[in-house]
Design a binder for this molecule. Structure first.
Ligand SMILES: Nc1ncnc2c1ncn2[C@@H]1O[C@H](COP(=O)(O)OP(=O)(O)O)[C@@H](O)[C@H]1O
Ligand SMILES: [Mg+2]
Length: 141
């Protein structure tokens, strides 16, 4: 789906993701961290990528394949070099309250990848293994 670059949309997407996770045996804590990573990635796409220009869109895909949740978020901004992002654990950055979104995403998700998209903009792909699939869900499938 595509969304306009408004922070209000973050809550709606978190709700959708929560719905997607329903019916899976996802522990509450894991669900919490997934929704946090999702929020940080969306906030970056809206703020740093699209610079809150509401005519620009955030392109989102969320899917569960097997037992892995995959989320792709692409903005229409200039892109950036993820290697060049400051390390929030460096002594000079420890007291800063910003600059931790990517660090949190990398800490809690199994796989975090960035790439410049062919059509412009930056794409981030987040993956997380959800663990055992609920037997009832498997029977229904
Ligand atoms: N989608 C994006 N487009 C451009 N720059 C980005 C994007 N996402 C992150 N960045 C850059 O990476 C930095 C670190 O992001 P993050 O760890 O989330 O911290 P914060 O958002 O608090 O600055 C941002 O300050 C910004 O410079
Ligand atoms: Mg951020």
């Amino acid at each position: 789906m595509s969304l306009s670059s408004r922070f209000e949309n973050i809550e709606m997407v978190q709700h959708l993701c929560s719905k997607l996770l329903e019916g899976r045996d996802v522990p509450e804590e894991l669900r919490h961290w997934i929704l946090m990573a999702l929020r940080e990635a969306l906030a970056n796409a809206i703020k740093h990528g699209n610079q809150q220009d509401t005519t620009k869109h955030v392109h989102l895909e969320m899917d569960i394949v097997g037992d892995t949740l995959a989320i792709s978020i692409r903005d229409e901004g200039p892109g950036f070099d993820p290697e060049a992002v400051a390390d929030p654990l460096a002594p000079e950055n420890r007291l800063k309250t910003s600059g931790r979104g990517i660090f949190y995403m990398r800490t809690f998700m199994d796989d975090v990848r960035f790439r410049r998209h062919a059509s412009g903009g930056m794409e981030i792909v987040l993956k997380k293994t959800l663990g055992a699939v609920n037997e009832k869900e498997e029977d229904r499938a």
